[in-house]
Write a protein that binds this ligand. Structure first.
Ligand SMILES: Nc1ncnc2c1ncn2[C@@H]1O[C@H](COP(=O)(O)OP(=O)(O)OP(=O)(O)O)[C@@H](O)[C@H]1O
Ligand SMILES: [Mg+2]
Length: 368
């Protein structure tokens, strides 16, 4: 442990976590106190459209709304990268001196990143070391994103004049939250899946190292759209039905909903079928990722799957998801290890899994 006198004068402060999602903007403010990690503020503003981008008027208005709070305004911010699919890859490289490692990572990145190196923002972290007989290797996590998308996001945020200090990618923010809340599961294969409005991030860690991450363009909005089409109803009604009824009563084996009279049964039965079809696709993508991971890393069973993101709040979703896997399936509570007084929360306690990314961003610290 390093001890610094200066750290008494200038303690490391948490950055303010700002998660700009497709359906809502969420902000989380944490502080390290003598009582432990404390929630100072959590806020969520839904976006009118389900397909917003940073720089859109809806997002700008949501940010104004959230930052009306003067105590939030001046704090430095960690934000998530909102551009399409950053590359996040675990690499196992032969042990080498640090000055050679940068070059080796760039070399690997050329093979993995779909755009030219000059147009890429590239970063990497050394996350561990392995030894097999005489062979020492370094575990590296490579993160790459398209430079134009990063700069574009920062440029559009200038309109709102927020002090951005760090930009993170979703899987790493989520992994921060996992490391806080699932300490006793970190040695094993741990799967955590964030299902938001527009996308799924499927992640797997072992021994405290994020080893696998995959982004699938599929989320809760797809379910709403399928309900709209299937039942020929407006978006608002479809969203309401999805949130109210969801998959309750459904299981992997049982095809039908609970017994009911005539037309209501038909409608509920169809709703179930539509939602199940979409949920099945999400489960299949998770299963595929787990199979790929197990084959690639020659790994065995997975004991736990953690569900994150708003779609997992759908009634019956967790049970339905669990019915396909041997693992324990849990709904994330990113605030589990955080001291929360209800005042800091508003009505958001019930939506905790929508804050998994926001908490992960807010766990980042700054020197200033
Ligand atoms: N109680 C609920 N039941 C079912 N679905 C819900 C519920 N609450 C929220 N959702 C759905 O969750 C999604 C929003 O979740 P979340 O806030 O995690 O997404 P996001 O971060 O905005 O999106 P993304 O991560 O894709 O950018 C929406 O599709 C919404 O319909
Ligand atoms: Mg999200």
């Amino acid at each position: 442990m390093s001890v610094s006198l200066l750290s008494w004068v200038k303690p490391k402060r948490h950055l303010l976590g700002l998660d700009v999602g497709k359906s809502a903007v969420k902000v989380v403010q944490l502080a390290s106190t003598r009582k432990g990690l404390m929630l100072k503020y959590a806020g969520l503003t839904d976006l009118a459209t389900a397909d917003a981008d940073v720089g859109d008027r809806g997002v700008t208005m949501a940010l104004y709304d959230l930052f009306k709070e003067s105590r939030l305004r001046r704090q430095k911010i960690a934000i998530n990268f909102t551009g399409r699919s950053p590359v996040v890859r675990y690499l196992l490289l032969p042990k080498m001196p640090p000055d050679e490692l940068g070059e080796a990572v760039r070399w690997e990145a050329k093979k993995l990143v779909p755009f030219p190196m000059e147009e890429t923002v590239l970063d990497y972290l050394i996350v561990g070391e392995t030894q097999e007989r005489d062979l020492k290797r370094i575990e590296v996590l490579l993160v790459a994103a398209e430079r134009a998308a990063v700069l574009g996001q920062l440029e559009s945020l200038k309109q709102v004049n927020l002090p951005i200090a760090a930009m993170d990618v979703n899987p790493l923010a989520l992994f921060n939250t996992i490391q806080l809340n699932y300490k006793s599961d970190l040695d094993d294969n741990l799967v955590f899946v964030d299902i938001g409005a527009s996308k799924m991030d499927i992640n797997i860690s072992k021994q405290g190292v994020l080893r696998f991450t995959r982004n699938v363009q599929m989320g809760g909005e797809e379910i709403t759209q399928a309900v709209m089409r299937g039942l020929q109803i407006e978006r608002e009604e479809a969203e309401r039905l999805k949130r109210q009824k969801g998959l309750s009563g459904a299981s992997a084996q049982a095809g039908a909903a609970a017994p009911m009279e005539g037309q209501a049964q038909d409608k509920d039965g169809r709703l179930h079928e539509i939602i199940k079809t979409e949920a099945d696709r999400m489960i299949l993508e998770t299963q595929r990722s787990m199979d790929y991971y197990r084959a690639q890393f020659r790994e065995g069973s997975v004991k736990k799957i953690v569900l994150m993101g708003g779609t997992c709040l759908m009634p019956g979703f967790q049970e339905y998801f669990a019915s396909y896997f041997d693992a324990n399936v849990e709904l994330d509570d990113p605030f589990a290890e955080i001291v929360c007084d209800e005042g800091a929360f508003g009505d958001f306690r019930l939506m905790a899994p929508r804050f998994s990314t926001g908490v992960g961003l807010a766990l980042r610290k700054t020197d200033a």
